[in-house]
Design a protein around this ligand. Structure first.
Ligand code: NAD
Length: 333
């Protein structure tokens, strides 16, 4: 018999194509009327069609505190009463950083597969160092998934953020905090991402494939929100935080290797992942999927030098061999 704890981080979810048009109603539903719209420069054109009391389109990767300070100034000088983040994990990150500083409610409109909208976690960078905090108050109040906004997501970001999502689900299945609810989300997420990502790359405008991938990302985000991160994520954070490696790409490269290292200790999880992907072996199955999707293959390709590799391997007991394999881009044995 299994004993477990499960905490749901409830957000109201609106899912469909064209659902961005529901935003004004959702703002009103929160009792608000003056939203601040947060986005990246590349999403500016989409954001321009959204009614807002104020706009900040300077979202940057890794949520630098100086960018948050600028956005906070915009929020204060315009008397806003709610926050709307539109974009990938970086936009959601700024939204959460502002929730932490203002207590205003956040509506997230995610347009990648990063899944941050479903978690209480916020990573911020200050003077080049990344710190993470977790607080249920940071979870968006409402999440609007608009599948139509994801058709413009380039193949490269679709694949890497999709594999980042798969990493959330894979880690959840072998988490010490695993439970039957999260296991169900994780297997469904892996199934959906495994079948949808090749279709998304082939036909980026296919709304059914995009909906499948976005649902997988949502479920994977719920896994991360419920059980937190494990050794794979920790290694990715070291490589991202201290060596500047890009977030989603690092997940994509490392995932098959961290899975191979932990496979022997988690045979049940590996069987379920393999079954969800329709392959006989989970780590090589993920490696082959990533290769088929033309994801980056090696840490060297992402800019980690051999000296950097030696440093991380030295600081991460037991991870040396897997890091070398990932650095070289070898298929796990
Ligand atoms: P991102 O948000 O940086 O987006 C990558 C690029 O894609 C940006 O230039 C963005 O403008 C562009 N883009 C986004 N949606 C688009 C669309 N539909 N069409 C065209 N271009 C689009 O990258 P990401 O991978 O989504 O997020 C990574 C960040 O999220 C990292 O900082 C990571 O730490 C964080 N993250 C946090 C959590 C959490 O739970 N806190 C979970 C996952 C990721």
């Amino acid at each position: 018999m299994e004993s477990f704890e499960y905490t749901a981080h409830a957000a109201r979810v609106i899912f469909g194509a064209g659902t961005l048009s529901r935003l004004p109603d959702e703002v009103a539903r929160l009792g608000a009327a003056r939203p601040l719209l947060l986005t990246t420069p590349s999403r500016r054109a989409v954001a321009a069609g959204v009614r807002a009391a104020a706009r900040f389109d300077g979202v940057a990767a890794h949520t630098p505190v100086e960018v948050t300070a600028r956005a906070l100034e915009v929020a204060r000088s315009n008397g806003v009463d709610c926050l709307v983040s539109l974009g990938g994990g970086s936009s959601t990150g700024l939204g959460k950083a502002l929730v932490a500083r203002t207590g205003l409610p956040l509506i997230a409109v995610p347009t990648t597969y990063a899944g941050s909208e479903m978690t209480p976690v916020l990573g911020e960078t200050e003077n080049g160092a990344k710190t993470t905090r977790s607080d249920p108050a940071l979870v968006p109040r409402t999440v609007i998934y608009d599948v139509a906004l994801t058709t413009s997501l380039p193949a490269g970001v679709s694949v890497t953020s999709g594999l980042n999502a798969m990493a959330h689900a894979v880690e959840a299945l072998r988490s010490p905090r695993a439970n039957p609810v999260v296991d169900g989300f994780a297997v469904d997420a892996i199934t959906r991402l495994g079948r949808a990502l090749p279709r998304v790359v082939e036909r980026p405008e296919d709304l059914d494939a995009r909906a499948d991938a976005l649902t997988g990302a949502w479920l994977a985000g719920m896994c991360l929100g419920a059980v937190g991160t494990g050794p794979h994520h920790k290694l990715c954070h070291v490589l991202g935080g201290s060596y500047g490696l890009p977030h989603a790409e690092t997940h994509a490269v490392l995932l098959p290797h961290t899975m191979a290292q932990h496979a022997a200790a988690a045979p049940g999880a590996m069987r379920r992942i393999a079954a969800a992907l329709g392959v006989s072996d989970a780590p090589t199955g993920v490696f082959d999927l990533a290769a088929r999707l033309a994801a980056p293959r090696s840490l060297a390709e992402l800019g980690l030098t051999e000296q950097g590799l030696a440093e991380v391997a030295g600081a991460q007991p037991g991870a040396g061999p897997l890091l070398r394999e990932a650095w070289l881009g070898n298929r796990p044995a």
